[in-house]
Design a binder for this molecule. Structure first.
Ligand SMILES: Cc1ncc(COP(=O)(O)O)c(C=O)c1O
Length: 416
């Protein structure tokens, strides 16, 4: 069958455009009620923010703090755990920038680690090699919902007396040996940005192991009523000023996040049903490697379905493969985040706004963290089909991949 890119008819009559989130009547009702009552800002721990935090604290068994974004949650975690000048923090290179970049605001030095071949998660063995006397902490993203190797990672941080921050922004509800992510580290950050399974529009949440971490995080982004309510230690004396930022979550965002939190387990089950079948079908096509989920792990929110291309799929230029699949009507693309060590912040000799680049982050050359680069090179991003009415799309995606597989030779010829 001739590829649509080369003049044939496309696999899907109408091109597919994935859209998320999907509003339900419960979301609309929650927000409408607040707007009608002009409930648009909180100074204390109250209203929808308290309801949302209670739900997550119940789930994780930890004090939680709703904030304006996942980025704010990560910044609050780094601040609260004391990251500062002279410290080094080891982070995965294969993650969204916000896992790492807030560290640049603390003065700590960012050191990037390579990742595991099958999951793309931070490699505890490389972390171990990077630890030195300046290392104070490790950050781990449960990438695309797959939990990190928590047993190995916890062993490294315990051996060296380091703190551990989990970035759970892709992984709401994921479990490692039956334990939910967000309950392993000293602090855990969640994003509720619009594209996430649990969405607020913009919003995030921090869960802390120790009360003192929670209190310090509260003081970074809150003051007066909220700070006085949450600070039981001597830190309460700073409640009148806080430590300088406003990270208070908007009530409308909290209401949306709360409704989607209540729907989360059902959404996870639906998404897994669609994506498992997609993996089963794509896995039958030579050279396609669907995302693996290791034994004793669950992928929870499964934020992002990344397919690895191998064998004959690597013969034509990657962008031409993407163009061919798109021409068939599929909503596919290269993943959004290149490994961080290949970006200008980490490759430039100098970053003009940072007085001392060497103190703020290590410098890298392409090829230095090879596993992450290989994964990035070979990955395609597919939509996280979720709803029962997406079932026919699962078949359509698999059929289109099979068609393109049969015509890879034509793509090679086109590129010659
Ligand atoms: C892994 C990861 N960490 C952090 C964030 C930052 O979250 P936010 O956009 O809510 O600031 C995101 C996403 O957007 C993310 O994917």
């Amino acid at each position: 069958m001739t590829l649509a890119l080369l003049g044939g008819s496309p696999s899907l009559r109408d091109p597919h455009h994935f859209s998320w989130p999907r509003m339900t009547p419960a979301h609309v009702a929650a927000v409408t009620g607040l707007v009608e009552q002009a409930e648009l800002s909180y100074y204390g721990r109250e209203g929808q923010v308290a309801v949302l935090e209670d739900e997550w604290s119940r789930r994780l068994g930890r004090p939680t703090l709703a904030v304006t974004s996942g980025t704010a949650a990560l910044h609050s975690a780094f601040f609260a755990l004391g990251a500062g000048p002279g410290d080094e923090v080891i982070c995965p290179t294969n993650t969204f920038l916000a896992t790492v970049m807030p560290l640049a605001q603390t003065g700590a030095r960012i050191v990037l680690a390579d990742v595991e071949e099958d999951t793309g998660n931070i490699d505890p063995r490389h972390v171990e090699q990077l630890v030195n006397e300046r290392t104070v902490g490790v950050v781990a993203t449960h990438l695309w919902g797959h939990p990190c190797s928590m047993d190995l990672l916890q062993a490294v941080v315990e051996r060296h007396g380091l703190w551990l921050v989990e970035d759970c922004s892709h992984a709401h509800g994921s479990t490692f040996r039956g334990q939910e992510v967000g309950t392993f580290g000293d602090a855990a950050a969640f994003s509720f940005q619009s594209a996430k399974l649990v969405f607020a529009g913009q919003g995030g949440l921090l869960a802390s192991r120790e009360a003192v971490t929670h209190e310090r995080a509260v003081l970074l982004g809150h003051f007066r009523v909220r700070a006085a309510q949450d600070c039981r230690s001597d830190l309460a004396r700073y409640a009148s000023t806080g430590f300088g930022l406003n990270y208070r979550m908007h009530p409308l965002a909290a209401a949306l996040a709360h409704v989607s939190t209540l729907q989360m387990d059902e959404l996870i089950a639906m998404r897994h049903e669609r994506l498992s079948r997609l993996s089963q079908l794509l896995g039958q096509i030579p050279g396609l490697v669907p995302p693996v989920t290791r034994d004793q792990c669950t992928r929870g929110a499964f934020y992002g379905y990344k397919l690895r291309l191998q064998g004959r799929w690597l013969l034509p230029p990657r962008d031409l493969v993407v163009d061919a699949l798109r021409a068939e009507g599929l909503d596919v693309g290269r993943p959004g985040s290149a490994p961080l060590h290949t970006t200008a912040f980490f490759t430039d000799d100098d970053v003009p706004v940072f007085i001392n680049r060497e103190a703020s982050h290590a410098r890298y050359r392409p090829g230095e963290l090879p596993v992450s680069e290989r994964i990035w090179d070979e990955s395609l991003s597919l939509p996280t089909l979720t709803f029962p009415e997406d079932e026919s799309l699962v078949d359509a995606y698999a059929a289109a991949f099979a068609k393109v597989y049969g015509e890879l030779g034509a793509l090679v010829a086109k590129s010659a």
